[in-house]
Structures are given as C-alpha cells and as structure tokens.
Design a protein around this ligand. Sequence first.
Ligand SMILES: [Zn+2]
Ligand SMILES: [Zn+2]
Length: 137
Amino acid sequence: MEEKKLEFYKSLGLKLTPQRIAILEYLEGNKTHPSAEDIYNALKQNFPSMSFATVYNTLEVLVKKGLIKEIIVDPYKKRFDAFTHNHHHFVCKYCKKVIDVSQKIQFSLPNELKGCEVEDFQVVFIGVCPECKAKEN
Ligand SMILES: [Zn+2]
Ligand SMILES: [Zn+2]
C-alpha cells in the first residue's frame, strides 16, 4: 500500500496491522460488495492466523470511520461497499450479484417521514441479472 494512504489511515486513528492493511487493500476498488465471509475466505490463505472475528471487527471499525459502507441488499448477510458516495444497488435474486447504480433517483420525502431527519437512503432494485436471465431461457 502507498505511503500516502497509510498516512491517511493513520491520521484517522486507525491501527494498521498487516491483516487490516490486507482487508483495506482487498476492499479498495472492489465492486463485488463482499460480505465478511467473502473477505475472510479470500485472505485466510495469506493470513492463516487471522480469525473471522478480526475481519468482522475490522469492518465495523471501517464503517464507523466512514471508509466503507454497510449496504442493505441481503437480509441474511451484511455486505460492504468501499464506494461510499451516495448510490443505489441492484441485486440479482439468483446469483446475489450486486450492481452499482450511480444515476440520481429523484423523489420527494414521503409524508410518513415528516419530522424525521433523513441522513441517507438506499434504493435496492431486486430482480434477475442478464447472465441469470440468459440461463433461464
Ligand atoms: Zn444473477
Ligand atoms: Zn455499491
């Protein structure tokens, strides 16, 4: 990892262990929206002593620091996104692939939310991706 990036993470008060650096590198530019299990499985070969709890706790810390976002696409698994700008997602109900949707979606705040301070919203489109659709036919 670049020195500059390491300095940036350190400036956020992030303790940088080799495992944490590996997790950060794995997430950087990663578009697959991995779960904690995915990250653990991808890195455990290089870090046999790393526990699943380490991965999970690191992800929690990174979310708190605003470096990654937890996305709400799968009710059974938390999935994480290193692309933290406001965007939405499409999730395929068969292969669970997640596609980023960056196009702005305009809508007015529902009446039920009057008085609430909305900080963020995520739209999740659910359906069948082109690859799974091709297999269906
Ligand atoms: Zn699919
Ligand atoms: Zn995303």
